[in-house]
Ligand binder design. Structure first.
Ligand SMILES: Cc1ncc(C[n+]2csc(CCOP(=O)(O)OP(=O)(O)O)c2C)c(N)n1
Ligand SMILES: [Mg+2]
Length: 1011
């Protein structure tokens, strides 16, 4: 039958232009194949076919203006017309819902069985509480719930408790809800899974790692006290890492893609110390800790840039690790759901300090982790109760606080507070007084206990209640001192990790209590100054050796010697065997991803032609280019568009329907705009990462995608498009970490420029992002004006980063000002990429000349100014399009350095000088950024150089008024150019004076930085 394909609902637009026809008469097409591209003044979008069939006739041509319901083409097809209906999402939703109900049911049943086997057989304890007016009645209730737990499992018990709470609320009581549990371990001793490891050997290995880590810091500081380093952090975390290394973390190899571990920055010495025992690092390397200038040194903290075969993730800027890990885990699921990697049950582990959790970024994304059910994510928060200056929560309890926050956020929370020596005490605490003390004691006290001794703990802790004191009456002070904390007990840590890796449906946080500076003795253990302790005197070292039974003589201790047992020793064999069984060493950074072939030139050809009368912004040109890239079979699946709730601002809403928005649960509702061409389509295999108003999250996603080549061995092309003002300045530290991580991809600062965004005002108008971008050594940045410049830059970016695997990333600004774009001039590609090329030569009068350099939005003002100078003042000029002052500066720096270091060699010429050296007249440069942007190249030319720019706070007004205000409009450029020429004594000053008058330029207006 013959079917008509009509223009669908295109939202608010009417009379939209057809800019491409993608099918021909006689062509066979599939359902959803794009047939034409429409372009409004804001965005371009492809129209897909609703049917499969053969094109009979095409009823539109390029340039036609169409509206909803207009005929595009007719098709001969075997399909029934009712396909025209909106896809039956509803049915899919029902199917998905049914299957998820069944899965949940199955899960509940198995979990209930599991709980039943773990229930305490003990009688219920009566927790003494002053508010309890009838302890016996309390006991009745508690006994009842115990019976339910034993008979019907935890879900039934939780259900009854929930019902009770709701019932009492309805009956008039306040809502009683607690997100915290008593200050004891989440996993009861009976429910702990036991490690199969040899605990004696593991302890010996851990002791050696502890020793070597401390020795490394002490030795470095003996040589050069300025080097610094940390002992206390790793000392508190050694067991947390060791259990993971010996039993849980699977390395990348040819059979498995590897777990990903974010190590806490300050624990780096411990990770090196383990690598030393594993034979991956030698003594010489340990002795180069923090001395990286000479090749082979070990970086102070995890920095993939400095140790590209070792460290995978930079973490030492606190707060970045937690967010990066969350988005890393999410990106792993994204790749799985898009079918780009297999689901191998890999995990992302992030080790965090309890002080670090105060960074807003640390907790800022935990909601996303729960919402996206990231059961591939495990946080381990090392609660040593201290940060740099003192206690994290002296007057409170950080563990309880974190428990409440994470549980409230939907995480699976596992508290590891007490070590095994406490088990029997807690079991004998029939009156509940011990738990009561535990609950009542604040972190400041807990810290102080561990800075004292057993007697102090007996008196101040157990001594609070006679019943608790009685519990320890038969224990010596030494025994009391040995009562360990959960995070130092490998059994407890093992059990927690075991549960964490088995948990499904939510992320897990293991909150482990430890002691900062564990084992460091009186000068380091649990004292406020621990964090910065980098030296240990001989007595401390001897104490440390004895505490951990390190087999070194006093003399060796005095010399702070490392200790590595013989290759055939039990310890070395064991440590290696464990890693062999877990697939290799960790951390290790490798990549085996296949490069992505850059698309052929011709897919960018349309951007090299003039747009004629048609006006468009560079943002629109970018979206058009991306639409074209999505037709390239190599590139299309690898593109990861990342948008923080700005797709409509940038005219990218067409991507929603075309490639879908990633949503791990698909789309459970029929979108309000389902019938529209740019409908908000969410899909499990969706490609767009729509991050919501969350630039830090978007940046974390971008880093995850940009490092996918190493973390997943799949090269991806992330394109994160944002309001340029909310880019580098908002999330600059992430950008720095991206450079360190060697992320590859595009950052697009859209709606850029101080005078180009017009109405948005001070907080939105960006006049400095390029300067911030220039601070990142491997960031390549451009400020293009015309669509062909954008095409040349983007293609080169694809080639350099994704085909040739250069470890750089691109920052490109695009604007939202509409204008027509000229055809690409001949032979300008090299100049576009190097940073400047001549775009216009006005040489009619051959008397006086000036070099006009314009960038981004201001280039067109420069070009217009050149016309005025020529027509009204008989001044010739050459106009240069500067696509990147940053790139020009980089070249200038290098050349200047070479020349200074090689005074006897022939002088090399910077690219700026190559362009401008032999030209006539002074230089006047301007951009829509601060003057400092163009001033960057001033040292690399021998000519007189003046610059204009948009220094000062932005404000809302029309573009014309803003450019006048910041003195970068064509009239100001003309007046300043005349003034420059008069200053250079090439023309009389009266011309400049006249122009200033003519253009009503107020000389008395303060410089905009003061307004
Ligand atoms: C963003 C940031 N701010 C400040 C610091 C400086 N700093 C380094 S470690 C530290 C204290 C860390 O305490 P915590 O997170 O509890 O780690 P711990 O060493 O106790 O395990 C501080 C403030 C930093 N590295 N990053
Ligand atoms: Mg801490």
């Amino acid at each position: 039958m013959s079917l008509k394909l009509l223009i669908p609902d295109i939202g608010d637009f009417d009379n939209v232009e057809i800019i491409e026809i993608l099918v021909k008469k006689g062509q066979k097409i599939n359902k959803n194949d794009p047939v034409v591209t429409l372009e409004s003044d804001k965005s371009s979008v492809e129209v897909p076919s609703n049917y499969e069939g053969e094109v009979e006739s095409v009823s539109v041509k390029i340039g036609d203006k169409v509206s909803k319901g207009d005929l595009i083409l007719t098709l001969s097809s075997n399909e029934e017309k009712n396909n025209e209906k909106i896809p039956p999402v509803t049915e899919k939703i029902i199917q998905e819902a049914e299957s998820s109900i069944q899965k949940t049911k199955d899960k509940i049943e198995t979990e209930d069985k599991k709980t039943q086997s773990k229930i305490l057989k003990d009688e219920v304890k009566i927790v003494v509480n002053n508010k309890d007016i009838d302890p016996l009645e309390t006991k009745d209730w508690l006994d009842s719930i115990s019976a339910v737990l034993e008979k019907d499992g935890k879900h039934r018990a939780q259900f009854l408790i929930k019902e009770l709470i709701e019932h009492s609320y309805k009956a008039g009581s306040d809502l009683v809800l607690s997100r915290t549990t008593p200050y004891i371990n989440t996993i009861s001793p009976e429910a702990e899974t036991k490690s199969s490891g040899d605990q004696n050997i593991e302890r010996r290995i851990r002791s050696l790692i502890r020793w070597n880590a401390a020795a490394m810091v002490v030795r470095a500081n003996k040589k050069f006290p300025e080097l610094g380093g940390h002992i206390g952090t790793f000392a508190s975390a050694a067991t947390l890492y060791d259990v993971g290394m010996n039993h849980f973390w699977r390395a990348k190899n040819n059979k498995f893609s590897g777990d990903l571990i974010y190590f806490q920055g300050h624990s780096a010495p411990g990770i090196y110390a383990r690598a030393f025992l594993e034979g991956r690092l030698n003594e010489k390397q340990l002795d180069s800790f923090r001395q990286e200038v000479k090749k082979g040194g070990l970086s102070s903290y995890p920095h993939p840039w400095l140790m590209p075969h070792f460290w995978q993730f930079p973490t030492v800027s606190m707060g970045l690790g937690p967010m990066l890990a969350i988005y890393q885990a999410r990106f792993m699921k994204y790749l799985i759901n898009r079918g780009l990697i297999k689901d191998e049950g890999r995990k992302v582990w992030a080790f965090l300090g309890d002080g670090e959790m105060d960074e807003p970024e640390s907790l800022g994304a935990i909601g996303l982790a729960a919402r996206e059910k990231l059961d591939n994510l495990i946080f381990v928060v090392n609660c040593n109760l201290q940060r740099l200056d003192g206690p994290v929560r002296g007057n409170g309890k950080i563990i309880q606080e974190l428990e409440g926050i994470f549980r409230g956020g939907g995480w699976n929370v596992i508290k590891v507070i007490w070590g095994s020596y406490w088990d029997s005490l807690l079991a004998n605490d029939k009156s509940g007084h011990l738990v009561k003390i535990m609950n009542e004691t604040v972190d400041g006290e807990y810290q102080a206990f561990k800075a004292r001794d057993g007697l102090y703990v007996r008196e101040k802790f157990f001594g609070k209640y006679p019943q608790a004191l009685e519990l320890v009456s038969s224990m010596s002070d030494k025994d009391i001192w040995r009562l360990n904390r959960g995070g130092h007990d490998p059994h407890k840590v093992y059990a927690a990790y075991d549960e964490a890796v088995k948990n499904t449906g939510s992320p897990t946080v293991v909150i482990a209590k430890t002691i900062k500076g564990y084992g460091m003795g009186k000068t380091g253990e649990s004292v406020n100054t621990t964090h910065q302790q980098k030296k240990l005197d001989v007595d401390d070292l001897l104490y440390y050796r004895d505490r951990f039974d390190v087999p070194l003589s006093d003399e060796q201790v005095r010399n702070v010697e490392y200790f590595k047992p013989d290759e055939n020793s039990e310890e070395i064999k064991y440590i290696k065997q464990r890693r062999i069984e877990l697939g290799g060493f960790i951390p290790e950074r490798t990549y085996y991803s296949k490069p992505i072939k850059a698309p052929s030139e011709d897919i960018f050809d349309f951007m090299k032609k003039s747009t004629g009368e048609k006006e468009m912004s560079t943002t629109m040109a970018l979206v058009r280019m991306l639409t074209n890239l999505l037709r390239d079979k190599n590139v299309a699946p690898k593109l990861v568009p990342i948008i923080p709730d700005e797709a409509r601002t940038f005219g990218m809403e067409g991507f929603f329907k075309k490639i879908g928005i990633y949503a791990h649960e698909g789309q459970k509702y029929e979108p309000e705009d389902a019938a529209q061409l740019s409908s908000y389509r969410e899909e499990k295999s969706g490609q767009v990462l729509e991050e919501g108003i969350n630039e830090a999250g978007s940046m974390s996603s971008w880093i995850a995608a940009g490092t996918s080549y190493t973390n997943h061995d799949v090269e991806m092309i992330p394109i994160y498009i944002f309001y340029s003002m909310f880019g580098f300045q908002r999330t600059g530290d992430f950008a720095w970490a991206a450079g360190d991580s060697q992320a590859r991809g595009f950052l697009i600062g859209a709606t850029a420029g101080r005078t180009t965004l017009a109405g948005e005002g001070l907080q939105h108008q960006d006049g400095h992002s390029h300067l911030i971008a220039s601070t990142i050594p491997n960031c390549v940045s451009y400020d293009p004006t015309f669509h062909y410049e954008l095409a040349v830059i983007f293609r080169e970016g694809l080639k350099r980063m994704h085909e040739k695997n250069e470890n750089i990333f691109y920052y490109i600004t695009t604007m939202n000002e509409n204008y027509s774009h000229p055809e690409m001039p001949k032979n300008c590609e090299e100049g576009i990429l190097k940073g400047m090329y001549k775009i216009k030569d006005c040489s009619r009068y051959k008397k006086n000349k000036i070099q006009l350099l314009g960038s981004g939005a201001i280039l067109r003002e420069m070009m217009a100014a050149a016309e005025i100078l020529q027509n009204d003042y008989q001044i010739d000029s050459e106009v240069w399009s500067v696509t990147s002052f940053n790139e020009l500066r980089k070249n200038g720096l290098e050349i200047e350095r070479y020349n200074l270091l090689n005074p006897e060699k022939e002088k090399r010429i910077s690219y700026v000088e190559k362009c401008l050296g032999k030209t006539e007249g002074p230089i006047l440069a301007a951009s829509d950024y601060m003057r400092m942007n163009s001033d960057q190249i001033r040292p690399y030319t021998s000519k007189s150089f003046y610059s204009l720019g948009t220094d000062g706070y932005g404000r809302s007004d029309t573009r014309k008024n803003l450019r006048r205000f910041f003195e970068v409009d064509k009239q100001h450029i003309v007046a300043y150019a005349l003034s420059v020429l008069s200053k250079e004594q090439l023309i009389a000053s009266k011309y400049a004076e006249e122009a200033i008058k003519k253009y009503n330029i107020d000389k008395n207006k303060p410089i905009p930085t003061k307004l």
